[in-house]
Write a protein of this length. Structure first.
Length: 339
Protein backbone atom coordinates (compact mmCIF):
# COMPACT_ATOMS: atom_id res chain seq x y z
CA UNK A 1 0.00 0.00 0.00
CA UNK A 2 1.44 3.37 -1.00
CA UNK A 3 1.66 6.08 1.71
CA UNK A 4 -0.03 9.44 0.89
CA UNK A 5 2.28 12.19 -0.33
CA UNK A 6 3.21 15.04 2.08
CA UNK A 7 1.86 18.46 0.97
CA UNK A 8 4.60 20.98 0.18
CA UNK A 9 4.38 24.66 -0.82
CA UNK A 10 5.42 25.66 -4.28
CA UNK A 11 7.80 28.63 -4.75
CA UNK A 12 4.96 30.65 -6.29
CA UNK A 13 2.70 30.07 -3.23
CA UNK A 14 5.49 31.08 -0.85
CA UNK A 15 6.12 34.30 -2.75
CA UNK A 16 2.38 35.13 -2.61
CA UNK A 17 2.30 34.67 1.14
CA UNK A 18 5.37 36.84 1.64
CA UNK A 19 3.84 39.52 -0.59
CA UNK A 20 0.61 39.44 1.41
CA UNK A 21 2.50 39.92 4.67
CA UNK A 22 4.45 42.85 3.20
CA UNK A 23 1.26 44.51 1.90
CA UNK A 24 -0.47 44.08 5.28
CA UNK A 25 2.51 45.60 7.07
CA UNK A 26 2.53 48.54 4.65
CA UNK A 27 -1.19 49.15 5.21
CA UNK A 28 -0.75 49.10 8.99
CA UNK A 29 2.21 51.47 8.73
CA UNK A 30 0.14 53.82 6.57
CA UNK A 31 -2.67 53.81 9.12
CA UNK A 32 -0.19 54.59 11.89
CA UNK A 33 1.32 57.47 9.92
CA UNK A 34 -2.12 58.88 9.08
CA UNK A 35 -3.16 58.72 12.74
CA UNK A 36 0.03 60.44 13.81
CA UNK A 37 -0.46 63.23 11.27
CA UNK A 38 -4.09 63.63 12.31
CA UNK A 39 -3.07 63.87 15.97
CA UNK A 40 -0.41 66.41 15.11
CA UNK A 41 -2.90 68.49 13.15
CA UNK A 42 -5.30 68.42 16.07
CA UNK A 43 -2.55 69.50 18.44
CA UNK A 44 -1.54 72.27 16.06
CA UNK A 45 -5.11 73.52 15.70
CA UNK A 46 -5.33 73.93 19.49
CA UNK A 47 -2.88 76.83 19.19
CA UNK A 48 -4.15 78.10 15.85
CA UNK A 49 -3.06 76.49 12.57
CA UNK A 50 -0.88 78.45 10.19
CA UNK A 51 -3.63 78.73 7.58
CA UNK A 52 -5.89 80.52 10.10
CA UNK A 53 -4.16 83.88 10.37
CA UNK A 54 -5.06 87.55 10.66
CA UNK A 55 -6.42 88.39 7.22
CA UNK A 56 -7.75 91.80 6.29
CA UNK A 57 -11.40 92.20 5.48
CA UNK A 58 -12.61 89.79 8.17
CA UNK A 59 -14.51 90.09 11.42
CA UNK A 60 -12.87 87.92 14.08
CA UNK A 61 -14.66 86.80 17.23
CA UNK A 62 -14.68 84.26 20.02
CA UNK A 63 -17.19 81.54 19.20
CA UNK A 64 -19.87 80.95 21.83
CA UNK A 65 -21.73 78.41 19.70
CA UNK A 66 -20.12 75.62 17.69
CA UNK A 67 -16.46 75.30 18.66
CA UNK A 68 -17.14 77.35 21.77
CA UNK A 69 -14.13 79.21 23.11
CA UNK A 70 -12.11 79.23 19.88
CA UNK A 71 -11.50 82.23 17.66
CA UNK A 72 -13.39 82.17 14.36
CA UNK A 73 -14.04 84.68 11.57
CA UNK A 74 -16.52 85.79 8.92
CA UNK A 75 -16.15 88.24 6.01
CA UNK A 76 -16.42 91.78 7.41
CA UNK A 77 -18.75 93.42 4.80
CA UNK A 78 -22.29 92.71 6.07
CA UNK A 79 -23.65 92.17 2.57
CA UNK A 80 -21.45 89.13 1.87
CA UNK A 81 -22.30 85.56 2.78
CA UNK A 82 -21.22 85.03 6.38
CA UNK A 83 -19.29 81.79 5.87
CA UNK A 84 -17.73 81.05 9.24
CA UNK A 85 -14.11 79.87 9.31
CA UNK A 86 -13.08 78.12 12.50
CA UNK A 87 -9.84 76.73 13.91
CA UNK A 88 -8.34 79.67 15.79
CA UNK A 89 -6.83 79.61 19.27
CA UNK A 90 -8.85 79.09 22.43
CA UNK A 91 -9.41 82.42 24.22
CA UNK A 92 -11.64 84.01 26.84
CA UNK A 93 -11.09 87.43 25.27
CA UNK A 94 -9.47 88.28 21.93
CA UNK A 95 -8.31 91.37 20.07
CA UNK A 96 -5.97 91.99 17.15
CA UNK A 97 -4.49 94.65 14.86
CA UNK A 98 -1.59 95.02 12.39
CA UNK A 99 -0.46 91.40 12.55
CA UNK A 100 -0.54 91.14 16.36
CA UNK A 101 -3.12 89.23 18.37
CA UNK A 102 -3.87 89.19 22.10
CA UNK A 103 -5.53 86.10 23.56
CA UNK A 104 -6.56 85.95 27.22
CA UNK A 105 -6.81 82.35 28.40
CA UNK A 106 -8.05 80.66 31.55
CA UNK A 107 -7.09 77.07 32.32
CA UNK A 108 -8.85 74.78 34.78
CA UNK A 109 -6.98 73.71 37.88
CA UNK A 110 -6.64 74.31 41.61
CA UNK A 111 -6.30 77.20 41.49
CA UNK A 112 -7.25 78.04 37.88
CA UNK A 113 -4.49 79.65 35.81
CA UNK A 114 -4.81 82.63 33.47
CA UNK A 115 -2.49 83.88 30.74
CA UNK A 116 -2.05 86.76 28.32
CA UNK A 117 -0.78 85.20 25.09
CA UNK A 118 0.78 87.44 22.44
CA UNK A 119 0.22 86.05 18.91
CA UNK A 120 1.78 86.80 15.53
CA UNK A 121 -0.02 87.26 12.22
CA UNK A 122 -0.44 83.49 11.86
CA UNK A 123 -1.88 83.36 15.40
CA UNK A 124 1.17 81.50 16.68
CA UNK A 125 2.31 82.17 20.22
CA UNK A 126 5.17 84.67 20.67
CA UNK A 127 5.00 85.35 24.39
CA UNK A 128 3.00 84.08 27.36
CA UNK A 129 2.47 86.01 30.60
CA UNK A 130 1.02 84.33 33.69
CA UNK A 131 -1.84 86.29 35.29
CA UNK A 132 -4.12 86.10 38.29
CA UNK A 133 -7.87 86.59 38.14
CA UNK A 134 -10.59 86.30 35.49
CA UNK A 135 -9.95 87.64 31.93
CA UNK A 136 -12.19 90.58 31.13
CA UNK A 137 -10.91 93.14 28.57
CA UNK A 138 -8.26 92.99 25.83
CA UNK A 139 -6.96 95.65 23.43
CA UNK A 140 -4.23 95.97 20.77
CA UNK A 141 -3.24 99.39 19.41
CA UNK A 142 -3.75 100.12 15.71
CA UNK A 143 -0.02 99.62 15.03
CA UNK A 144 0.08 96.30 16.91
CA UNK A 145 2.73 97.65 19.28
CA UNK A 146 0.80 98.37 22.51
CA UNK A 147 -1.28 95.74 24.28
CA UNK A 148 -3.49 96.02 27.34
CA UNK A 149 -5.67 93.64 29.29
CA UNK A 150 -7.91 93.81 32.35
CA UNK A 151 -8.46 91.00 34.86
CA UNK A 152 -11.07 90.76 37.59
CA UNK A 153 -9.09 90.29 40.80
CA UNK A 154 -12.33 89.91 42.77
CA UNK A 155 -15.89 89.74 41.47
CA UNK A 156 -16.92 89.00 37.89
CA UNK A 157 -19.08 91.95 36.84
CA UNK A 158 -19.01 95.75 36.72
CA UNK A 159 -22.70 95.89 37.57
CA UNK A 160 -22.13 95.63 41.33
CA UNK A 161 -19.79 97.44 43.67
CA UNK A 162 -17.85 94.47 45.08
CA UNK A 163 -15.21 94.06 42.40
CA UNK A 164 -11.56 94.85 41.90
CA UNK A 165 -9.58 94.94 38.66
CA UNK A 166 -5.96 94.79 37.60
CA UNK A 167 -5.03 96.30 34.24
CA UNK A 168 -1.67 95.81 32.51
CA UNK A 169 0.06 97.39 29.51
CA UNK A 170 2.72 95.70 27.37
CA UNK A 171 4.99 97.45 24.87
CA UNK A 172 5.79 94.68 22.38
CA UNK A 173 8.61 96.69 20.80
CA UNK A 174 10.62 97.15 24.01
CA UNK A 175 9.14 94.25 25.97
CA UNK A 176 8.35 96.58 28.88
CA UNK A 177 5.40 95.39 30.99
CA UNK A 178 3.33 97.56 33.32
CA UNK A 179 1.85 94.93 35.60
CA UNK A 180 -0.66 97.19 37.32
CA UNK A 181 -1.89 100.57 36.07
CA UNK A 182 -2.74 101.66 39.60
CA UNK A 183 0.89 102.78 39.81
CA UNK A 184 0.27 105.61 37.33
CA UNK A 185 -0.01 109.08 38.93
CA UNK A 186 -3.63 110.26 38.67
CA UNK A 187 -4.89 113.85 38.52
CA UNK A 188 -8.58 114.21 39.44
CA UNK A 189 -10.36 117.56 39.25
CA UNK A 190 -7.01 119.29 38.82
CA UNK A 191 -5.34 117.74 41.87
CA UNK A 192 -3.03 114.79 42.39
CA UNK A 193 -5.24 112.00 43.71
CA UNK A 194 -4.47 109.07 46.02
CA UNK A 195 -6.90 106.41 47.21
CA UNK A 196 -6.63 102.66 47.93
CA UNK A 197 -9.87 101.94 46.03
CA UNK A 198 -8.66 103.21 42.62
CA UNK A 199 -9.36 100.74 39.79
CA UNK A 200 -8.48 101.05 36.09
CA UNK A 201 -9.97 99.08 33.21
CA UNK A 202 -10.79 99.22 29.51
CA UNK A 203 -7.69 100.82 27.96
CA UNK A 204 -7.87 102.07 24.35
CA UNK A 205 -4.82 103.43 22.49
CA UNK A 206 -4.36 106.40 20.14
CA UNK A 207 -2.51 106.19 16.82
CA UNK A 208 0.73 107.50 18.30
CA UNK A 209 1.01 104.56 20.75
CA UNK A 210 1.63 107.09 23.53
CA UNK A 211 -1.75 108.59 24.36
CA UNK A 212 -4.45 106.32 25.75
CA UNK A 213 -7.88 106.48 27.37
CA UNK A 214 -9.27 104.28 30.14
CA UNK A 215 -11.86 104.06 32.90
CA UNK A 216 -10.91 104.77 36.49
CA UNK A 217 -13.27 104.23 39.43
CA UNK A 218 -13.02 105.55 42.97
CA UNK A 219 -15.46 106.37 45.76
CA UNK A 220 -18.35 104.87 43.78
CA UNK A 221 -17.85 107.03 40.66
CA UNK A 222 -16.34 106.25 37.26
CA UNK A 223 -14.27 108.62 35.13
CA UNK A 224 -12.83 108.79 31.64
CA UNK A 225 -9.09 109.40 31.91
CA UNK A 226 -6.56 110.41 29.27
CA UNK A 227 -3.09 108.98 29.82
CA UNK A 228 0.39 109.67 28.50
CA UNK A 229 2.87 106.78 28.41
CA UNK A 230 6.02 108.93 28.08
CA UNK A 231 5.02 111.29 30.89
CA UNK A 232 3.52 108.38 32.82
CA UNK A 233 0.50 110.36 33.97
CA UNK A 234 -3.29 110.21 33.71
CA UNK A 235 -5.93 112.94 34.02
CA UNK A 236 -9.69 112.64 34.44
CA UNK A 237 -11.82 114.23 31.70
CA UNK A 238 -15.41 113.34 32.51
CA UNK A 239 -17.60 111.29 34.85
CA UNK A 240 -19.86 108.29 34.15
CA UNK A 241 -17.75 106.75 31.38
CA UNK A 242 -16.91 103.03 31.26
CA UNK A 243 -15.05 100.82 28.78
CA UNK A 244 -13.97 103.55 26.31
CA UNK A 245 -13.12 102.68 22.71
CA UNK A 246 -11.33 105.22 20.50
CA UNK A 247 -12.49 105.57 16.90
CA UNK A 248 -10.01 104.80 14.07
CA UNK A 249 -9.77 108.51 13.25
CA UNK A 250 -9.09 109.26 16.96
CA UNK A 251 -11.87 111.88 17.16
CA UNK A 252 -14.55 110.04 19.16
CA UNK A 253 -14.90 107.60 22.02
CA UNK A 254 -17.63 104.99 22.30
CA UNK A 255 -18.44 104.02 25.87
CA UNK A 256 -21.10 102.54 28.10
CA UNK A 257 -22.91 105.00 30.35
CA UNK A 258 -24.83 104.10 33.48
CA UNK A 259 -28.35 105.37 32.83
CA UNK A 260 -30.29 103.29 35.37
CA UNK A 261 -29.73 102.69 39.06
CA UNK A 262 -29.15 99.23 40.47
CA UNK A 263 -27.32 96.27 39.00
CA UNK A 264 -29.86 95.06 36.43
CA UNK A 265 -29.37 96.36 32.88
CA UNK A 266 -27.82 99.68 33.97
CA UNK A 267 -25.95 100.80 30.82
CA UNK A 268 -26.48 102.28 27.38
CA UNK A 269 -23.93 102.83 24.61
CA UNK A 270 -22.91 106.43 23.87
CA UNK A 271 -20.37 108.19 21.65
CA UNK A 272 -18.37 111.21 22.86
CA UNK A 273 -16.91 113.81 20.47
CA UNK A 274 -13.45 114.63 21.88
CA UNK A 275 -13.33 118.05 20.26
CA UNK A 276 -16.65 119.39 21.54
CA UNK A 277 -17.01 116.98 24.49
CA UNK A 278 -20.63 116.42 23.48
CA UNK A 279 -22.13 112.94 23.69
CA UNK A 280 -25.07 111.19 22.06
CA UNK A 281 -26.77 107.82 22.66
CA UNK A 282 -26.73 105.06 20.07
CA UNK A 283 -29.75 103.29 18.61
CA UNK A 284 -28.96 100.21 20.73
CA UNK A 285 -31.25 100.53 23.76
CA UNK A 286 -30.36 97.24 25.41
CA UNK A 287 -27.83 97.24 28.24
CA UNK A 288 -24.38 96.45 26.80
CA UNK A 289 -21.74 95.20 29.24
CA UNK A 290 -18.87 95.20 26.77
CA UNK A 291 -16.03 97.35 25.45
CA UNK A 292 -17.46 98.09 22.01
CA UNK A 293 -15.14 98.00 18.97
CA UNK A 294 -15.14 100.18 15.86
CA UNK A 295 -15.57 98.13 12.70
CA UNK A 296 -14.85 101.36 10.79
CA UNK A 297 -15.26 105.08 11.49
CA UNK A 298 -19.04 104.78 11.29
CA UNK A 299 -19.96 101.43 12.86
CA UNK A 300 -19.62 99.84 16.29
CA UNK A 301 -19.83 96.17 17.27
CA UNK A 302 -20.40 94.57 20.66
CA UNK A 303 -21.66 91.40 22.33
CA UNK A 304 -25.07 90.83 23.91
CA UNK A 305 -26.66 87.78 25.58
CA UNK A 306 -27.83 85.37 22.89
CA UNK A 307 -30.96 83.32 22.43
CA UNK A 308 -31.71 79.60 22.12
CA UNK A 309 -28.99 78.61 24.55
CA UNK A 310 -26.26 80.79 23.01
CA UNK A 311 -24.26 82.68 25.60
CA UNK A 312 -23.67 85.73 23.38
CA UNK A 313 -24.18 87.14 19.89
CA UNK A 314 -22.32 89.94 18.07
CA UNK A 315 -24.36 93.01 17.09
CA UNK A 316 -23.48 96.25 15.31
CA UNK A 317 -25.02 99.73 15.17
CA UNK A 318 -24.21 103.08 13.48
CA UNK A 319 -21.94 105.33 15.52
CA UNK A 320 -23.96 108.49 14.78
CA UNK A 321 -27.02 107.22 16.66
CA UNK A 322 -29.10 106.61 13.54
CA UNK A 323 -30.50 103.36 12.14
CA UNK A 324 -31.03 100.27 14.24
CA UNK A 325 -28.93 97.42 15.66
CA UNK A 326 -28.05 94.55 13.32
CA UNK A 327 -27.21 90.97 14.27
CA UNK A 328 -23.78 90.23 12.78
CA UNK A 329 -22.75 86.86 14.25
CA UNK A 330 -24.85 84.26 16.01
CA UNK A 331 -22.91 82.65 18.81
CA UNK A 332 -20.00 85.06 19.16
CA UNK A 333 -18.30 87.56 21.47
CA UNK A 334 -15.13 89.67 21.63
CA UNK A 335 -15.43 90.93 18.01
CA UNK A 336 -12.66 92.77 16.15
CA UNK A 337 -12.36 93.84 12.52
CA UNK A 338 -8.95 93.31 10.94
CA UNK A 339 -8.52 96.15 8.47
Amino acid sequence: MTAPATATSSPRSLRSRILAVVVAAAVLAGVAVAYTLHAAQRAQSADGPSEFGLDRGHLYFRSTGAGAGRVARVPAPPGRAAVRTTGGPSCERFHAAAGTGLCLQRRAGIPPKSYAVVLDGSLREKRRIALTGIPNRARVSASGRMLSWTMFATGDSYAGSSFSTRTSILDTRTGYLVKNMEEIPLTLDGRRYHSPDVNYWGVTFAKDDNRFYATVSTKGRTYLVRGDMRKWAATTLRTNVECPSLSPDNTRIAFKKRVRKGTRDPWRLYVLDLRTMREHPLAERRSVDDQAVWLDDGTLAYALPGGNGRKQDVWSTPADGSGKPTLRVRGGSSPVAVR
